[in-house]
Design a binder for this molecule. Structure first.
Ligand code: PGA
Length: 254
């Protein structure tokens, strides 16, 4: 059975002290939950990753970061390599978030390179895809998501793709309070799984975790996560509030 994952993407929020309080509250809350067959991943800013990792040694969650360099090592001021991330015992990395695609001009080629780097160092990429509002309106959303998945991931072989988590995040639903309906989420997740089955095989497609992201909150999480191809969520705003995040983790049933 494929793994269910709830990942919190803190983006560029919180001071160190606030982040420490947040992770402590989340960690305490998680202790009370039954987490069998679901994994919780916290993705703080790089600077706080070590602090969050220290908690992860004692509490039931994993740690991810929000970006990785496509370069191996060397004179790349300001970059953080997959090798560095691995050496800090961090397991996940978000790749191709729509904010990075839009504000930092990350191309499909770069994202394919970042995915390769992450996999080469044993990290699990959480590879994001999702259409802008215009594509949803002019009904090119399937084409757009297909191109992102094909260009970013389909150079991988069968053994590599198995280690990737995909996150479908319609850009119009991120941080807007607007959520894709459970039907819209399910339809796109099923479409992505079909692409995976056609490129690799059904068994592999069935093993790959596909997360939904975009204004997931405690009150819509239950119905989104009940859809058969929605295997969890990538949570932005609501992951900054311990109670909301814990409620969302609890909403993911086995
Ligand atoms: P949101 O962000 O939950 O605040 O919409 C999701 C994301 O960007 O991963």
């Amino acid at each position: 059975m494929r793994k269910k994952i709830i990942a919190g993407n803190w983006k560029m929020n919180k001071t160190f002290q606030e982040a420490d309080e947040l992770v402590e509250s989340i960690a305490q809350g998680l202790k009370e939950l039954n987490l069998s067959n679901k994994e919780v991943v916290l993705c703080p800013p790089f600077l706080y990753a070590e602090m969050v990792s220290d908690y992860a040694e004692e509490y039931p969650f994993s740690v991810g970061v929000q970006n990785v360099s496509e370069y191996k090592r060397g004179a790349y001021t300001g970059e953080v390599s997959a090798e560095m991330i691995q050496s800090m015992d961090i397991n996940y990395v978000i790749i191709g978030h729509s904010e990075r695609r839009a504000y930092f001009h990350e191309s499909d080629d770069m994202l394919a390179g970042k995915t390769d780097r992450a996999l080469a160092y044993g990290l699990t990429p959480i590879f994001c895809c999702g259409e802008q509002l215009e594509s949803r309106k002019d009904e090119t959303h399937f084409e757009v998501v297909k191109a992102q998945v094909v260009d970013g991931l389909f150079h991988l072989d069968k053994d590599e793709i198995k280690h990737v988590v995909i996150a479908y995040e319609p850009v119009w639903a991120i941080g807007t309070g607007e959520t894709a309906s459970k039907e819209q989420a399910q339809e796109m997740h099923k479409f992505i799984r079909k692409l995976l089955a056609a490129k690799y095989n059904q068994e592999i497609a069935d093993e790959i975790t596909i997360l939904y992201g975009g204004s997931v909150k405690p009150d819509n999480a239950i119905e989104l996560f009940a859809e058969p191809d929605v295997d969890g969520g990538l949570i932005g705003g609501a992951s900054l509030k311990a109670d909301d995040f814990i409620a969302i983790v609890d909403a993911m049933k086995e």
